[in-house]
Design a protein around this ligand. Sequence first.
Ligand SMILES: Cc1cc2nc3c(=O)[nH]c(=O)nc-3n(C[C@H](O)[C@H](O)[C@H](O)COP(=O)(O)O)c2cc1C
Length: 162
Amino acid sequence: MAKKSAEISPCMPSANAVVSCRGEDGSDNALVVGYVSNCSFDPPMVMVGIVPSRYSHGLVRQNPCFVVHFARADQKEAWDYLGSESGRDGDKLKHLGLTVEDGAVVNAPVITDFPVAVECTVVDSIVTGSHEMFVGRIEHVHADEEFINAEGRLDLSDADLI
Ligand SMILES: Cc1cc2nc3c(=O)[nH]c(=O)nc-3n(C[C@H](O)[C@H](O)[C@H](O)COP(=O)(O)O)c2cc1C
């Protein structure tokens, strides 16, 4: 098949997640992040890219930890809200009636409505351009029972996620 040149753009297929965070005053927030990826197998780490103008960016800078959540396809309404409204204008989690618990390890909210939550401590960050990539060491993984296999590992192969 003949190849053509395409426009240069961030073209890697990306995962999508809801990333929650907590300011130093204890206020909780979450946003949708498309720039999310594994970045180390050992120790297990992920990175999330947050634009400095986002309200969440300041919260992660104040209190360097976050929780990465995966959402089910039927949670699109909450997803759209978290990915378009800003925590600057009000408490998004309260508005959506989401259930929030303290992290098991990190000082950030775990949104229990979502089937998977991955608690992370920020160990580094790099401003790549439009985004600051926060590298998070995975501290704890919560998942609905159906997504944990017989070996105790997360298995999302049958999950209908956004
Ligand atoms: C599909 C999707 C992917 C997004 N990816 C990112 C992202 O990778 N980084 C980012 O900072 N914002 C991203 N956004 C935008 C934020 O989620 C959005 O601006 C949000 O309202 C910011 O909330 P905040 O101001 O409360 O932090 C994305 C939005 C959508 C819908």
